[in-house]
Design a protein around this ligand. Structure first.
Ligand code: UN1
Length: 510
């Protein structure tokens, strides 16, 4: 059957499925021209092999998807929801394999791996419910006498999804699931660094009955991503990653002939937390450390710039440094590891360059000492840097680096102006027990997710829809009630039901 292509990817067997700690190094030399996927914490550990999708693969994939999309759409929201729920069950049943891959391919700690699988399952179930709720059938609308009016949501056609390595399962499958729920076929491109986790996810979706043509894996780096967004038959691209890449995709979509492509983007941030003198120090300490250093700071929601009111700054910094020093940096195979590696050499070099630059400028820099054994891997020592202003940060530093700015209580307005002036608007944390302060921050801040008196990572699907403003994204929010509808067209059907004909709407106007 030419419609059913072999998966592009071959996974090696014997991935560690049983014991978190007993991961045999999988090596193979017989895979010819395919690229090796290495464990970030150890270049010697080859996790598996992948063949990058070519432009021809993308072209064929779109053709195949276009053929089956009408049938997929006609299945309806309820039928599609059943399959998405079945995929969620399958993901839960394969938790251990995902955990192992999250660790080996993406360098995730056990806790981050568990949260990742949990979030993936939550996305599948949430969008399944949204498919039931919004795509069960036409919605009748009131109309003038003599008319029937209704709207119907339907899939737009074929969507490209391009997802990041930092949530190689949750965002990969969450984005695809939303497009699928709405009645689209999807060509899903995982990050170049993490195709194996994505491959397992896609295999499980196929195993529960989501057709191979409906969800297709497109492994690779920039090339297949560009092929996807420049194909005029693609209805749109849903992307999570850097602001620059989102802008490039937007230009590509805009430059195509034919239908106007949709871009749904969730991008970077320069996320701040403001802590005033009414905040509870123990709580602040815990929330700062988790917001900045969990997942090795590799979340777009992560805290990058901590504003401390000057009269409590020294005391707060002492407490934060105490908790910071207690973090265990290490190989994620050890269960006591709090901070694992960053994703690759490029990420490590760019973070180290940033830290070295701040040291050269004479900033106060507190840093973990990396044990010798970790130097071969892509570990970056967790770091706290005092800076004068958020504007000295030229871009997002995607890793375990926290910046601290001291501010005077009477300058809170300027602090908010400064944060807004970065142009980003993803997460903002506030620790304050003063109502007027909270009201001011709520009124002035322009972020997608505002967190008060808690940490600012780990948005819960369905409870804390996630996404940014300005340079941080286009909306709608992932895991929220408006997300799935963005992947759909809305058709209005109006029927004149009078025997004689005539135009009821027109008459109603007169
Ligand atoms: C990302 O890091 O790319 O709230 C976005 C959180 C996550 C962030 C996901 N939902 O921490």
């Amino acid at each position: 059957d030419p419609l059913v292509r072999e998966p592009l990817l071959e996974r090696l067997e014997d991935l560690d499925t049983r014991e978190w700690n007993a991961a045999p190094t999988v090596t193979a030399t017989s895979y010819g021209d395919k690229d090796a996927i290495h464990a970030p914490q150890n270049r010697e550990d080859i996790v598996g092999w992948v063949r990058e999708a070519t432009e021809a693969d993308v072209e064929l994939g779109v053709s195949v998807a276009l053929e089956v999309q009408p049938a997929w759409n006609a299945l309806g929201g309820v039928g599609r929801a059943e399959l998405l729920d079945a995929a969620a069950d399958a993901f839960e049943a394969h938790m251990e394999e995902f955990l192992s891959l999250c660790r080996r391919e993406a360098g995730k700690t056990l806790i981050d791996g568990v949260l990742e699988v949990r979030e993936a399952v939550d996305f599948l179930r949430y969008y399944a419910n949204e498919a039931r709720r919004q795509f069960a059938g036409p919605i009748e609308l009131p109309g003038p006498t003599g008319e029937e009016n209704r709207i119907e949501l339907a899939g737009r056609g074929v969507f490209g999804t391009i997802s990041p390595w930092n949530f190689p399962l949750a965002i990969f499958i969450g984005t695809a699931a939303a497009a699928i729920a709405a009645g689209n076929c999807v060509l899903a491109k995982p990050a170049g660094q993490t195709p194996l986790i994505a491959a397992l996810a896609v295999d499980l979706c196929h195993a529960v009955g989501i057709p191979k043509e409906v969800l297709q894996l497109i492994p690779g780096d920039a090339k297949p991503g560009i092929a996807l967004s420049s194909d005029p038959r693609i209805a749109g691209v849903a992307f999570t990653g850097s602001t620059q890449t989102a802008q490039a995709i937007n230009r590509t979509l805009a430059g195509r002939e034919g239908p106007i492509g949709t871009l749904i983007a969730e991008t970077g941030g320069q996320n701040a937390m403001i802590v005033d003198s009414s905040a509870l120090p123990e709580q602040v300490t815990r929330d700062v450390v988790s917001s900045a250093f969990q997942s090795a700071g590799q979340r777009c929601s992560a805290l990058r710039v901590l504003y401390l009111q000057d009269d409590i700054a020294d005391e707060m910094l002492t407490m934060i440094r105490g908790a910071f020093e207690a973090l265990t940096v290490g190989d994620p195979k050890h269960l006591d590891t709090d901070v694992g590696p960053v994703i690759d050499e490029t990420a490590k070099r760019s973070l180290e360059k940033h830290i070295a630059g701040k040291k050269r400028q004479g900033r106060d820099v507190y840093q973990h000492k990396l044990p010798r054994a970790l130097r071969a891997g892509t570990f970056v020592a967790p770091t706290i840097i005092e800076i004068q202003s958020i504007h000295s940060l030229k871009r997002e530093n995607f890793g375990p680096v926290l910046h601290v700015v001291r501010y005077r209580a009477d300058r809170l307005n300027e602090v908010l102006d400064d944060i807004n002036a970065t142009g980003y608007g993803l997460t903002l944390g506030l620790h304050s027990r003063i109502d007027a302060t909270r009201r001011l921050v709520e009124a002035k801040s322009r972020v997608g997710n505002l967190y008060v008196n808690r940490n600012q990572i780990g948005a819960v699907v369905g409870s804390q829809p996630f996404g940014g403003e300005g340079m941080s994204g286009t909306g709608p929010k992932a895991g929220g009630p408006h997300y799935v509808a963005r992947f759909a067209t809305e058709r209005t059907v109006t029927i004149d039901t009078t025997a004689a004909g005539g135009n009821a709407s027109l008459l109603a106007d007169i």
